[in-house]
Design a protein around this ligand. Structure first.
Ligand code: RP5
Length: 164
């Protein structure tokens, strides 16, 4: 199976990124994790991105906050799909990271999830890998069904409390 590359701009992003890591572990999808910054370590970020396809990666998740150019910079150096996670900041709440990540110029796509949307980033990466890994298709369907059952259970409790 192809690996998922997970890059974060700073180790301070790790508490958010760990949610993606845990989701990939749950699905037994192989991954690598790195701290590369578009601004602080641009050479390393570029080398990783440019070599990612030949190094066995199928998709890259890039998480960054503030002036979040990481996902775009990664996407500029690979034709693998890149998923951007805008990370919430103290001052502007992640809006700046969201806009920096999502507003890519035509030709260099970044699939952007919600602010701190690390679980969806991992699920989207798994969905991409499932195109060539049929075993992942069933796991995705099972998780979707389990999540639906949880919500229906909550609905039942609320309905019983207020509607009876
Ligand atoms: C971004 O700046 C990082 O992705 C992080 O979200 C933010 C702050 O980084 P630190 O100052 O905590 O290292 O590049």
């Amino acid at each position: 199976m192809k690996k998922v590359g997970i890059i974060m701009g700073s180790d301070s992003d790790l508490p958010i990124v760990e949610k993606a890591i845990n989701t990939l572990k749950e699905f037994e999808v192989p991954f690598e994790v790195h701290v590369f910054s578009a601004h602080r370590t641009p050479v390393e970020a570029k080398e990783f991105s440019a070599g990612a396809r030949e190094n066995g990666f199928g998709v890259i998740i890039a998480a960054a906050g503030m002036a979040a150019h990481l996902a775009g910079a990664v996407a500029a150096n690979t034709t693998l799909p890149v998923i951007g996670i805008p990370v919430k900041s103290q001052n502007l709440g992640g809006m700046e990271a969201l806009l920096s990540t999502v507003q890519m110029p035509s030709g260099i796509p970044v699939a952007t999830v919600a602010i701190d949307g690390a679980v969806n980033a991992a699920l989207l990466a798994i969905e991409m890998l499932s195109l060539s890994e049929p075993s992942l298709e069933k796991k995705l369907a099972d998780k979707r069904a389990a999540d639906t059952a949880k919500v229906l259970e909550k609905n039942k409790a609320i309905e019983e409390k207020y509607n009876s």
